[in-house]
Design a protein around this ligand. Structure first.
Ligand code: AHR
Length: 674
């Protein structure tokens, strides 16, 4: 039996061409939700977006289109088996990673040494297994390259894309190897698609000719077509999926991956720019080396391409190694901080300075981007609530005052708890929350009473991670979600109605983490999961997309959801003053359908509205049904359904919001904002 609510939307300015209906539609158990009509607020253009860092192979092996894993032996120890990750010999070649011969560049000291036995029959060589497979697609052009040298061997090298069972899809022949490093480029244009991703990048030479000899290889690359055709760009399916949610902020480069395990291992912007051969890569914070092929410029271009505003995190003098009770790495003392402040200033100058009058601007132009990037927000550190004494004591002040003096238009975002007093006081603060469903539902109202004193929130990381409040970052056994669930997404949507309703104080938000390679990850749940061949959009993805794409310009004041009823229905209404569309975003987090009677202080001018909704396909409220997820095996358990509905009166209608669902209603209106 559906419960019945009466919800009433109101606009500040009311002008009605229709006779006003006095009656409030009722039902036996109708709940009375009253109107307030006295204010609207502007919805900032930055409200929805993502937090980004290389975690779960989200960059290398994910959004970064490069297909070869461990392509330049970065961040590995020469001579170890681990250094050969993703490489395997073919027909008895001996492989090792060495720094005993000069590398391709000083940034890349490690090379692949390939030794051939004295007696060889047939072709011999090695293979790269990609990021747990390689997608071979007919019609695509794959741009490949590698560096090679040999003191003795001068014959041909054959590179190919082939299946693990020996089917060859494309081949290229490379000639002219000599004792000096040379870069060889080639293209693959497979005529047929492989049936699966069990494919490798295969390199071979003629065995009898090569017997007893050695070749060195360095900096391989194999790149399929990229998003918008950008060189060194993004994997198309993942990029399109993210772009189609129209995110408006892109917080990068982390997260913990900004911080490093130690000072030396922090994300260093100046080692992520220029030719990929000049990028040394780094150990990374999430269990695998980062190539830094996705570097500062790639991120800025990407943000621009998808229309998102960058929120740039700068290293604030502390590393992950400082977090534990027994810190392995200290916080940078005040007296030693200046070089890191200078480094951040150089980074900002590189991003924003004129190419003709600044050395850093000129370097940016040399690397292909003459026009400065737009940059408004600098986030000082990441989660410095874990080191509040030094942050409040000197780090926040040192970074913000020096950078602010040089770039007075920049706005700074603090990363401590809101209760920590900072000097100078923060005006914007990044607040993170990973929690269970109930927390998110309750927090739908956390911003309603936030003081309107000029300070604003950036909800810079958030996600429902668990069904269990006491172990929300625990294991799958204790309730941690493997994938976002329908119930979790509905709880996130409830929270998001609160962010949007209070978007005068919540100026931006960023779901996290964004991406997960199903074959190697350390954090669940994630917005999009994928393997070498395909992707799955989660329930949380669809909520992000629904909220982001259907944006108003102003919040419309509604009866506050919290004060009228304990029914688990959460909503926010907005108006877009360019399209005259009203959006009503509603999350029903409960196990029952809920009917809302809606009426308005303005006139609906369309006879029909449109609804987009995610809800459970299972109608009976069986235990656990709402924990339904989309997976790589079953990617479409929950996908948004669109429909139209009639609006019989210009000022009211009713609507049934299904159990555990997220719905956005849109309809045209007159008399709002006029
Ligand atoms: O999003 C995963 C991690 O959670 C981020 O790196 C960190 O900022 C947070 O603790």
């Amino acid at each position: 039996m559906a419960r019945v609510l009466t919800a009433v939307l109101a606009a500040v300015a009311v002008s009605s061409a229709f006779p006003r209906t006095e009656a409030v539609l009722t039902a036996p158990n109708a709940l009375d939700l009253r109107i307030t009509t006295n204010m609207t607020s502007v919805i900032p253009s930055t409200l929805y977006g993502y937090m980004w860092e290389d975690i779960n192979h989200s960059g290398d092996g994910g959004l970064y289109a490069e297909l070869l894993q461990n392509r330049a032996f970065q961040g590995v120890l020469p001579g170890t088996q681990n250094a050969l990750n993703a490489w395997q010999p073919y027909n008895g070649a001996r492989l090792s990673v060495t720094d005993k011969t000069s590398g391709v560049t000083s940034a890349l000291p490690n090379s692949l040494q390939v030794q051939f036995p004295k007696t060889v029959f047939g072709p011999i060589g090695f293979e790269n297994t990609g990021y747990w497979g390689i997608k071979v697609q007919a019609g695509w052009t794959y741009n490949g390259s590698f560096y090679a040298k040999s003191d003795t061997l001068t014959g041909c090298i054959t590179a190919s894309l082939r299946s693990t069972t020996g089917t060859t899809f494309a081949t290229a022949t490379i000639k002219g190897i000599s004792s000096e490093w040379q870069k060889f480029t080639f293209q693959f244009e497979p005529k047929t698609s492989a049936p699966d991703t069990n494919n490798v990048f295969h390199v071979e030479v003629n065995g009898p000719e090569a017997a007893g000899q050695t070749i060195y290889f360095g900096m391989f690359s194999l790149c399929p077509p990229t998003y918008l055709g950008r060189e060194n760009g993004m994997r198309i399916d993942l990029a399109e999926a993210l772009a189609s949610t129209r995110p408006s902020v892109w917080r990068f480069p982390g997260g913990n991956n900004l911080e490093g395990e130690s000072w030396a291992e922090r994300w260093k912007w100046n080692e992520t720019i220029g030719p990929i051969e000049n990028r040394p890569g780094r150990v990374g914070d999430w269990g695998y080396p980062n190539t830094d092929g996705l570097g500062l410029l790639e991120y800025l271009n990407w943000a621009e391409d998808i229309g998102a505003e960058p929120i740039l995190g700068i290293w604030s003098g502390t590393s992950i190694g400082n977090y534990s009770d027994l810190p392995t790495w200290p916080i940078v003392p005040e007296a030693d901080l200046q070089p890191y402040i200078d480094d951040a200033i150089n980074e900002i100058e590189f991003i924003t300075a004129d190419a003709n009058s600044s050395e850093w601007g000129a370097l940016r132009a040399k690397y292909g981007r003459v026009q400065p990037y737009q940059l408004r927000y600098i986030e000082v550190g990441n989660e410095d609530q874990f080191q509040p004494e030094s942050y409040a004591g000197y780090r926040w002040k040192a970074f913000t005052s020096a950078i602010g003096e040089r770039f007075p238009d920049l706005q700074f975002i603090a990363t401590t708890y809101p209760s920590t007093a900072l000097d100078p006081p923060y005006m914007k603060i990044d607040y993170h929350q990973y929690a269970d469903l109930t927390w998110f539902e309750n927090a739908a109202f956390m911003f309603d009473n936030y003081p309107r004193n000029g300070t604003q929130y950036f909800v810079g990381e958030y996600a429902v991670t668990s069904t269990n409040a006491s172990d929300y970052l625990g294991t799958l056994d204790t309730g941690r979600l493997a994938y976002p669930s329908l119930a979790g997404a509905a709880a996130e949507a409830a929270f998001m109605t609160g962010m949007e309703r209070n978007s005068d104080v919540v100026f931006a938000s960023a779901y996290a983490p964004s991406l997960q390679h199903i074959r190697s990850y350390s954090w669940t749940p994630d917005l999009i999961t994928y393997d070498a061949g395909g992707i799955v959009r989660s329930t949380s993805y669809y909520v992000q997309q629904m909220f982001s794409v259907n944006r108003g310009t102003h919040v419309l004041v509604t009866t506050p959801p919290s004060t009228n009823d304990t029914a688990p229905l959460y909503w926010v209404a907005s108006h877009n003053n360019e399209t005259n569309l009203v959006f009503l975003k509603v999350a029903n987090t409960g196990p029952d359908d809920l009917v809302a009677y809606l009426h308005f202080d303005f006139n609906v001018t369309s006879l029909f509205g449109t609804a987009v909704q995610i809800s459970s396909p299972v109608l009976s409220p069986l235990t656990g049904q709402f924990n339904i997820t989309n997976t790589l095996e079953e990617p479409e358990n929950i996908i948004p359904a669109s429909s139209s509905f009639s609006i019989p009166y210009p000022d009211r209608y009713n609507y049934t919001f299904p159990a555990t669902s997220v719905t956005i209603l849109a309809f045209e209106a007159a008399g709002i904002g006029s």
